[in-house]
Design a protein around this ligand. Sequence first.
Ligand code: GYE
Length: 338
Amino acid sequence: MKNKVSANTVLITLWTIALLSLLVSSCGTKKKEGSGNNVPHDDEKITYNELVVGYAQLGAESDWRTGNTESILEAAEELGVELLFSNAQQNQERQIKAIRTFIAQQVDIIGVAPIVETGWESVFQEAKDAGIPIILVDRRADVPEDLYTTYLGSDFLEEGRNAGRIMVDLLDGKGRIVELEGTVGSAPAIDRANGFREVLEDYPEMEIIATESGDFTRAKGEEVMEGFLDTYGGNEIDALFAHNDDMAIGAIKAIEAHGFRPGIDIKIVSIDAIREAFQAMIDGKINATVECNALLGPQFFELALKVANGEKVPKWVPSDEGVFFPENAAEILPTRKY
Ligand code: GYE
């Protein structure tokens, strides 16, 4: 009898130990330990109010960028996230400096919109060494996959293809095109150019006669278009493909100053879908704009919180986007936020 009781006691004790160790192993994961696989117990997850984020914005070169910055600032405010925001004014060195400052400040997460694709390895490595995850927003960087956690942004290649398909329709498969490229070496400029060409490959009579960077700004778009018109003359140019609406709007000025009708004599397809592009479509001066979603703030902080809590996230979170034409521009314009 005595033996039986003590055997039972041992059994109960063993069960209790097993149960306790199971509980400890499932709840004991601490924040910031390990990579995406350790999901902390609910009690230990941080909330938006405790999240500190550094955001290295690249500049304020276009209406798209202004809309994008507003979306990030507003979302941080609404969610109660502590946001350290820096604007590099189109200068990579300044953007790298901002990231180093965020590392020194020991933020939880760093968001970066890399101005160009290359030149990020060492500073991203520094963030990694400090245990601070990098989230790429809007533009990709050309770095090994272990140097960033996720990329939130558009499919620029598909945007270029869409612009190409529309151009083929507008020109009936035959015509001379000038191209205003975005910032040289930037992900959207590289991919939009490639996507556009991919579609044109099947149309031997569609010819890109000139391509030059307008750095995604209106002023440069106007200046470079002036140059195209001086070199080729308006009669030799059937269409313009602009990598963003701001450059197209600058180019419209140059085209009109040369006595040609944008949208009629020179067809225009651009990218972004900013409000002024809708107005230009209503006025018959832009033939189509391919949407590039700028309103990334809410999605960015949702991702940032997940990453800070050690949750697994996809390597690329693409944004939803469409294509717009003059036919329903007046109806859609009031709904556009940027
Ligand atoms: O298309 C352009 C801006 O990176 C997607 O940058 C962004 C681009 C956008 O200046 O207007």
